[in-house]
Every structure is written in C-alpha cells, then in structure tokens.
Design a binder for this molecule. Structure first.
Ligand code: ADP
Ligand code: MG
Length: 345
C-alpha cells in the first residue's frame, strides 16, 4: 500500500478531530440543497421547509464496548439512543434509522435477536422506523453502525457555530454518571476475570450503571423548547464530555467561555462514587462522556423563558474569543478549561 520512501504519519499525531479535518479538507459542497455538511451533530439537507437532518455513528467491539459486561440488548438500545441524541442536538425530531452490522460466526442468531430487541425497544420508545441497513461478516468482533434521519423547521435548527458573546451556557440533567457507571462495570470485570465464580453486583449502583447501560436521549427538551418558544443560539449533545463538547461550540462559533464549578450539575451518586474511586467529581462531570445531555447557549433576553423550565442548569457565559476558555473553581481560581474527551487512537 505504501511506498517505503514516503513519510509515514501516525494517526495519533492528529487525534480524532484532527484526522476528520485532515481527511475531509478539500471537499466542497456543490449541491444547492446541502445546507450544512461536515462539522455538526448532523448534516442538514433540503430545498423546502421542513429540512432533513442526518447523523451516523459506529460502535466497534473492544473499542466502544465489551460484551463481557455489556448485554447485547442494551448495546442495541444505546447505539440508537446515541444517534437520536445527535438529531435532538439539532433541535430536530428523528423519524427513521438504518442499521448496519458486521458479525463473526462467534454470534448466534439468538445473540443477534437480543441486539435487535434493544434496537426495537429504542425505535418504539422514540417513535422512529427502522427502514434499512446492511449485513456483512467480520473476521472477529461486532461492528454496528446506525444512521438516523430526522426533520426540523429551518428556523428552529441549532448549530454549533452560532453562539455569541453574552449568551448563557446551559446544560440539561447531570453529567459524569455514565463515566462512573463504566468504571464500576470495569471494576466488576476485573473481579470476574480474576475469579469467574463471583457474579458482578451492579444492583447497588443502579443509577450510575443505568446511565452507562441504558442512557436516554433528551427528546423531552425538544418539546420543552417548542412550548417555551425558545430556540437556543447553539447546541450540541454531550457525548465526549462537557469540556470537549463546549470546546466544539466555542471553536466553531469563534468565541470564548467561562463556566463556574458550581454550575456543573453532578448527581449525588456520581459524587460519592467518584470519591470512592479517588477521582474528582467535577473532573468526572467535565470530562466523562456518554451523558447524552444537551449543552446549549441562549440569548440572555430568553433567560425568563428558561427560568421555569425543569432540569436546565446555567453553567456560565460565552465570552469574546480573546478571553479564552475558562473555568472558575469554587476556591476562586480561574483555570484554563481542558478537554480530555475520548481518545480512540
Ligand atoms: P458526534 O460526536 O456529534 O457524533 P463527530 O465528532 O463524530 O460528531 O463528528 C464530527 C463531524 O465530522 C460530523 O459532521 C461527522 O459527520 C463528520 N465526520 C466524522 N467522521 C467522518 C469521516 N470519516 N468522513 C467524513 N465526515 C466525518
Ligand atoms: Mg453529537
């Protein structure tokens, strides 16, 4: 494949986002109905109103999940939810999905039935139709890809690149729980590997494990926004972690931000478990991924509209780009916001 004289650049020198930028540079959108291409939670396509939004995600066994502790039914459910979350992050409503799988003969029909039971449960809960996909074999392991298709009024769409200095930064729900759920499952896995006779006991940490194994997307917020006649100025779903995802908004909007430690919603169970693992709860809240909450910005004149809305927390404010990305600690220190996010490479 490669001439030995040619330089070889390792993927990890670019990182995931650098690699995407690198590979997609030089592509220009030529179609008049491509409204938004690469760079947001979903692409936006259409000539008329409402427009179509499209998003794809792929999960790879051994990288994103371990079937030792991740039941196939939950896996199917979670993958669909993760995709729908990207559609909601556009303030759009998902309508259809396609599902593609690559499987080795390690999997039985019964095992795949379980996977599809999870996919079906998500389709029912979120009212989306499974309309296609592809099935092929893999040498080992399971690879699943889901594409979600949704619909939105053009003037309701929420992009990542439209936050303005002075906008308030808001977050739904709480963050860090899914990350700690993963830590618990990982710990149980280690115990199981060293002594297969011991069955994992995950019951005690139902909330945290549930946030990892059976996350839900914030479909409710799309209705809440519509009822309150509120259109966020920018929005992203929290899949990589609050810091990393807020950085996407800031980078693409060409702005800075400050967030307050007191503004980061962390569940009591998350706090307690973080301390048990010798982790800082706020760091888990900022950098843990897979929360599938919505991180959005609003014009301050819309503050009144959000005051009475449930489950929305104000974390901070968008600033001028020159002010950078700052985090105000409870101790009164101001530090640079750092994104660890998920590193796949
Ligand atoms: P999210 O975390 O919301 O799923 P990603 O970080 O995966 O978003 O992707 C960011 C953007 O890059 C999206 O617009 C996505 O469609 C695009 N993208 C990711 N991988 C590729 C690729 N290999 N080729 C083209 N576009 C890609
Ligand atoms: Mg997203």
């Amino acid at each position: 494949m490669q001439n030995s004289d040619q330089p070889r650049t390792e993927i990890n020198t670019l990182g995931e986002f650098g690699l995407i930028e690198h590979l997609t540079r030089g592509f220009e959108n030529k179609q008049a109905n491509t409204i938004k291409g690469i760079g947001d939670d979903a692409a936006v396509i259409g000539d008329k109103d409402p427009v179509t939004v499209v998003s794809t995600d792929m999960l790879v066994e051994g990288i994103h999940f371990d079937l030792l502790y991740f039941p196939l039914k939950h896996l199917g459910y979670k993958l669909v939810v993760a995709n729908l979350s990207d559609i909601y992050a556009m303030n759009a409503t998902p309508k259809q999905i396609t599902v593609s799988i690559a499987i080795s003969n390690r999997f039985s029909v019964e095992a795949l039935d379980e996977l599809y039971a999870g996919i079906r449960a998500a389709c029912e809960n979120y009212n989306v139709d499974l309309v296609g996909g592809d099935t092929t074999s893999s040498q080992k392991g399971l690879i699943i890809s889901v594409t979600a298709i949704g619909e939105a009024q053009k003037n309701k769409l929420t992009y990542r690149n439209s936050a303005k200095p002075g906008d308030l930064i808001c977050l739904t729900g709480d963050v860090g729980a899914a990350y700690l759920g993963l830590q618990i499952m990982e710990r149980e896995r280690q115990i199981y590997l060293s002594n297969p006779g011991i069955q994992p006991d995950l019951e005690e940490q139902k909330y945290l494990v549930g946030r990892q194994l059976k996350p839900e997307a914030r479909r409710d917020m799309i209705d809440v926004f519509a009822k309150a006649k509120l259109v966020p100025t920018a929005m992203i779903d929290v899949s990589d972690g609050v810091s990393s995802d807020l950085m996407h908004i800031c980078k693409q909007s060409g702005v800075g931000c400050f967030i307050e430690e007191t503004g980061i919603p962390v569940h009591q169970d998350t706090k307690l478990m973080a301390l048990k693992f010798n982790l800082d709860p706020i760091t888990c809240g900022l950098n843990g991924g897979e929360d599938y909450e919505l991180l959005f910005t609003i014009d301050p004149k819309d503050l009144e509209k959000t005051k009475l809305l449930p489950d929305i927390f104000i974390m901070g404010e968008i600033t001028e780009k020159s002010e950078g990305l700052k985090f105000h600690t409870n101790g009164g220190r101001i530090v640079d916001l750092e994104a660890q996010g998920w590193k796949h490479f």
